[in-house]
Every structure is written in C-alpha cells, then in structure tokens.
Design a protein. Structure first.
Length: 207
C-alpha cells in the first residue's frame, strides 16, 4: 500500500480475513443496534467533523455536495429515514462505525481488485461504475484508493467491481480520516477492528 502525500489525509488502512465466505457470518445484533442515530457509541459525529471531511475531499478540486456528498452523510440520512438496512457483516460494521464517527469508510474485496494499491488523487477525467445498474461517478480530483486498473473506492462511493459479495473472504478497509481531527481516524479504525473481530473476522495489518 502506497499513500501519496496529502495535506489533510489521516487514513487508517487494514485488511480483514474471513475464514469462511462472508455469507457464513451473520451480523451481530450489537452491530445492528448501532444503526440508530442515538445509539450509544464510543465516537459521536458532529458538524465540525462533517465540515472537515468535506474540506478533505476538496483538496484536489472535487466538490463533495449533492449526490457527491461523503458517504458518512448519506448514512445519517438513511438512519434518520429508517432505511439503513443490513447488507453483510463487514459492510454493516463499516456503516455503524462511519455513522457514529462521521468519517467515510471504504470496504473492498481484495480478490476482486488487482494490486498493488495506492491512495492518492484520481486523474481529472477518471470515472467508474458504482452500482449494479451501471451508474457512473466522476471521481476526477477526488482522493481515491487505486489498484492497477484505476480508482476503485473513495469517501463518496466505492466501485461496483470491487464491492464485497457473499463469497468474499478478504477485505481491505480504508478509514478516510482527516488531520483536522488528529487521531479520530485511528480511533474509528480501532473500533472497526473490534467489531469485525467479534463478527468473525481476523485483522491483518498492512506494512
């Protein structure tokens, strides 16, 4: 994993191995209870954190507004509207930690990607498909996780080609923390690890 120089990024990156396929791991009820906006959690979202995340994504010229707002903001809306639902154990942990920390988090299937990985700004004309319907997002200038085929995840929408599925056994997690709130990304990552291990995953730290 290579992290390109960035004035605001404080990423926490790690891998999770699932001894069986992901479909074999039901999401713990303790994680599902965290889908509520007022659930007790070790981290609490705030307006200053929300603003700092948007500043992080603006560095390369990307505009994190409207349909391109950070995924963590979408989760607040989904939880408030009652339509934040379970997907699978690792994505559910991701959504719970992101909702309460206020930090966007990406989860990709390592075996659907093609390493090596790097984190840096996407090229100006970069795009990718982000859902099963084939919709594309323009990620030009946006801070992204890249594999050898191009950008595959970011703080707004992860790519369809590297998303988890029932047969997933290895996942890469990127917490998009910001230096404006020093240590918050690491704290969110630590909580993610704790919840994922309780759900059946094994943490693998990256060099």
């Amino acid at each position: 994993m290579t992290l390109e120089e960035h004035p605001l990024l404080e990423a926490d990156v790690f891998a999770l191995r699932w001894p069986q396929t992901l479909e074999q791991y039901p999401t713990p009820e303790s994680v599902l209870k965290l889908f509520g906006l007022n659930a007790a959690a070790p981290l609490v979202r705030s307006e200053p954190v929300r603003a700092a995340v948007r500043d992080l994504l603006r560095v390369g010229g990307f505009k994190p507004t409207g349909r391109s707002k950070p995924a963590s903001e979408y989760l607040v809306k989904a939880s408030d509207g009652g339509f934040l639902s379970s997907i699978n154990a690792v994505v559910d942990v991701c959504n719970a930690v992101s909702l309460h920390s206020g930090l966007p988090i990406s989860v990709v299937d390592i075996d659907r990607a093609a390493g090596p990985f790097r984190i840096g700004l996407a090229d100006p004309e970069a795009t990718y498909v982000f859902n099963a319907s084939g919709q594309q997002i323009d990620v030009g200038g946006l801070l992204c996780l890249h594999d050898s085929e191009g950008p595959c995840a970011n703080a707004v929408k992860d790519s369809q080609r590297t998303k988890t599925h029932p047969g997933t056994t290895r996942t890469l997690v990127v917490v998009w923390g910001t230096a404006t709130f020093e240590g918050r990304g690491a704290a969110a990552g630590s909580w993610f690890r704790e919840l994922a291990q309780a759900a059946g995953g094994t943490v693998e730290e990256l060099a």
